[in-house]
Design a protein around this ligand. Structure first.
Ligand code: 2HG
Ligand code: ZN
Length: 477
């Protein structure tokens, strides 16, 4: 049996037959996956550090079907785990390792609600410069769709071919162009979502200014599937900027990279990205994916700068980088050269993953303290595990660093604790763009403080009183 309405043994949490029948009736039997082989890619997130067993994976194709799934699960206390492209890195889109428990201590069967079939692509609204799409549309598909109409989308990131816009809103993803266009929350001009009780909230007219009451779409951004299942989004578009130039600067340390990025942000109106990586990371990428070192010598840190405009930005980029005291620089304005430089940065996630199961700490740090953080975090990690391999890379232009640590056991959280404590101590945040998921639940209160978390819990209780949606994510259960 490869699909259909047959219950499988999970870790003690089964779906009753009538619930499976209701799910099959709602979405069609071929979209209720209970076979372990078919479920498996939905059960482990991209980090491979987080996985659990789903009683079923359900793939609705419309908002009505999502509502029916949420209701059927609610009737029997099943936990709905919303999932997009499953490129998350904090365990927020897969079942928990231990099934959540109800008030009486019985396990609640987790049901993964995959949004991948919510893939409507409405025509681009040329006058408004907006588009409405299903939550399961991938970023790559969205980009192609709007580019065909002469527009572009303001958020871009390495996982573009798998990550879905719904998941990107749920995690409030950022990516590589935040210095220019902001994070996912800033792209939302409308949304549709199913709440925990199956009711639908919808605001899709695409009004740029809309002050009638609370901004529920903004609230969805970063809610990590705990408040609603996002089904449709209306997104703002940006002009296409066909002429691009990339520069890679060799620099002394992360503090210089941050300072140069700030200086270039001021002097270059065309700046779209300012990214950081270190030499260990670059070597790992080159070993994994092949390719040539961009400089003859090794340098401590690298700053990647991209400019984009309607007309060639190379001259202004070259002038601007001449004014910063980098150790060396290379510039590429042809597509192949640009791609080669971008691969050095975007290849990190895959290269690190190929070398082991990493601890991934996505932190925000005040931009003025990036140099200090980069030094102290390495020291802190060495203090916990002298053998650990540390790679620090990320979006230095907006203060978002990805601290990746290889070596410590995936279940040993001591390096995570050391890195996150330092981020808080320095006035940063334990999550910049990946979310809290299950990985950082313990750090929500230390970062936000009790009053903030009490307010968040009140919102959660109001929108999902029975804790149907993604229990165990964001808050301690
Ligand atoms: C990136 O910026 C992603 O490449 C992934 O956010 C970060 O691999 C990571 O830790
Ligand atoms: Zn990132």
């Amino acid at each position: 049996m490869h699909h259909g309405c047959v219950s499988q043994q999970t870790d003690g949490a089964h779906l009753p037959e009538q619930t499976l029948a209701a799910l099959c009736a709602a979405v069609g039997p071929s979209h209720v996956l209970t076979d372990p082989d078919l479920r498996s890619t939905y059960e482990t997130d991209w980090s491979r550090r987080f996985h659990g067993i789903a009683a079923a994976v359900v793939r609705p194709a419309s908002v009505e079907e999502v509502g029916a799934v949420v209701e059927a699960c609610g009737k029997v206390g099943a936990a709905v785990v919303p999932q997009g492209g499953n490129t998350g890195l904090v365990g927020g889109s897969v079942p928990r390792a231990a099934a959540p428990r109800d008030d009486r201590g019985s396990p609640r069967p987790p049901v993964v609600l995959s949004a991948l079939r919510l893939r409507d692509l409405e025509a681009v609204d040329e006058v408004a410069g907006e588009v409405t799409v299903g939550a399961g549309v991938t970023l790559g598909t969205l980009q192609e769709h709007v580019q065909r109409a002469g527009w572009d989308f303001g958020v871009d990131m390495g996982s573009r071919d798998s990550a879905t816009v719904g998941g990107m809103v749920a995690t409030n993803a950022g990516g590589v162009n935040v210095v220019r266009y902001g994070v996912m929350r800033q792209q939302i001009v409308g949304s549709e979502a199913v709440l925990g009780d199956g009711s639908v909230i919808r605001r899709l007219p695409g009004l740029v200014k809309d002050n009638t009451g609370y901004a529920l779409g903004s609230l969805m951004a970063g809610s990590e599937g705990t408040l609603a299942v996002i089904t449709r989004l209306r997104l703002r578009l940006v002009p296409q900027l066909p002429r691009r130039t990339v520069a890679l600067l060799a620099v002394d340390d992360a503090g210089h990279a941050a300072a140069f990025a700030a200086q270039l942000r001021r002097s270059l109106a065309t700046l779209t990205a300012a990214e950081l990586f270190d030499d260990d990371g670059m070597r790992l990428v080159l070993e994994h994916a092949g390719g040539q070192r961009p400089f003859r010598d090794a340098h401590p840190r690298y700053l990647l700068i991209e400019c984009a405009a309607a007309s060639d930005p190379t001259d202004e980029l070259v002038d601007a980088i001449a004014a910063v005291a980098s150790r060396d620089a290379v510039v590429a304005s042809d597509e192949e050269g640009r791609d080669r430089l971008w691969k050095l940065r975007e290849g990190h996630t895959e290269a690190v993953n190929a070398a082991g199961v990493p601890h991934k700490l996505d932190v925000a740090v005040p931009i003025g303290r990036i140099g200090q953080f980069d030094m102290e975090v390495r020291e802190a990690i060495r203090g916990v595990d002298p053998e650990a391999r540390t790679f620090v890379y990320g979006h230095v232009g907006d203060g978002n660093l990805h601290v990746n640590v290889l070596g410590p056991d995936p279940d040993d959280e001591s390096v995570d604790d050391a890195v996150l404590a330092l981020a808080i101590q320095m006035g940063g945040a334990v999550s910049a763009e990946h979310g809290i998921g299950v990985a950082k639940v313990r750090w929500l209160v230390p970062d936000r403080g009790e009053p903030d978390v009490a307010a968040m819990r009140a919102i959660k209780r109001a929108l999902d009183p029975d804790d149907r949606l993604n229990p165990g994510v964001l808050f301690r259960g």
